[in-house]
Design a protein around this ligand. Structure first.
Ligand SMILES: Cc1cc2nc3c(=O)[nH]c(=O)nc-3n(C[C@H](O)[C@H](O)[C@H](O)COP(=O)(O)OP(=O)(O)OC[C@H]3O[C@@H](n4cnc5c(N)ncnc54)[C@H](O)[C@@H]3O)c2cc1C
Ligand code: FES
Length: 232
């Protein structure tokens, strides 16, 4: 459903990383995403952004400015509106086993809500040391208060995980990291990223090859069991 929603917050948390809050009441699942766009701007296509959190006032997103679309989003102000549609995607599976969640970089965004919903789960987040100052890292860490989280700055977050402790692993982040996680733990679910045109399964721009044939990341995913994924 397309709607125009009011921006309650759009704050630069650290360099190029923004915390956006949109007004409204949403029925969502962790791991799903919305398509976002600013009307009357140079954004022709909506951009997919994962749900970071939700509360009684609205929905939260954490996004990184990558190119022209996210630049436009970053320039929007509190009180203005964004055009959105969603939520889309299958979201993360229900966790009924001991689970760890592994996020790399902006891949941390969809895992926060999952960690909030599953207090027994542990969230591991890896950030590249060169990208942030110590103060910026502290600011990012403050966004994850209230969940069981471990940050690793620099190096590889995979080195910190005691794999045998966990029955299920959920991961989101750079493809190489998710592939490495999948090799460490057989029961891993990965949240894939692809360019998206429509978000609703109509344009095929997010098609990806899987062990079970071609799939659409927006509709069949973005979360897939690693056994299905063909790493390219
Ligand atoms: C399901 C899903 C959830 C996402 N959730 C988040 C989120 O929570 N926070 C966040 O910051 N970003 C998220 N992204 C990525 C975000 O959608 C892209 O960064 C954004 O669309 C880039 O748009 P742009 O116009 O700023 O950049 P563009 O000018 O379109 O691209 C800038 C650069 O980013 C690359 N790029 C663009 N889109 C993607 C993509 N989908 N996958 C890989 N590379 C891409 C381009 O190749 C180019 O090099 C998500 C993507 C998907 C598919
Ligand atoms: S984004 Fe159009 S089919 Fe997935």
């Amino acid at each position: 459903m397309y709607q125009q929603v009011e921006i309650l917050e759009n704050k630069e948390v650290t360099r190029d990383l923004y915390h956006l809050k949109l007004k409204g009441c949403y029925d969502i699942k962790a791991g799903q995403f919305f398509m976002l766009k600013k009307e009357q701007s140079n954004m022709t296509l909506f951009r997919p952004i994962s749900i970071f959190d939700v509360d009684e006032e609205g929905i939260h997103f954490l996004y990184l400015v990558k190119g022209s679309g996210t630049k436009v989003l970053s320039q929007t102000k509190v009180g203005e509106t964004l055009s959105i549609h969603g939520p889309y995607g299958n979201g993360f599976p229900i966790l009924d086993t001991k689970a760890c969640l592994i996020g790399g970089g902006i891949g941390m965004a969809p895992l926060y809500l999952c960690a909030k919903h599953n207090p027994d789960a542990k969230l591991y987040i890896g950030l590249r040391e060169a990208l942030y100052t110590e103060k910026e890292i502290q600011t990012i860490q403050s966004l994850f208060e209230g969940v069981n989280v471990h940050f690793k700055i620099g190096g590889t977050i995979l080195d910190d995980v005691l794999w045998e402790e966990w029955e299920t692993v959920l991961t989101c982040g750079p493809s190489k990291m998710m592939e490495a996680v999948s090799k460490q733990h057989d029961n891993t679910y990965v949240s894939l990223e692809r360019h998206m045109g429509c978000g609703i399964g109509a344009c095929l721009s997010c098609s990806c090859k899987t062990m079970l044939g071609m799939k659409k990341v927006c509709k069949d995913g973005p979360v897939f069991h690693q056994k299905e994924v063909v790493w390219e």
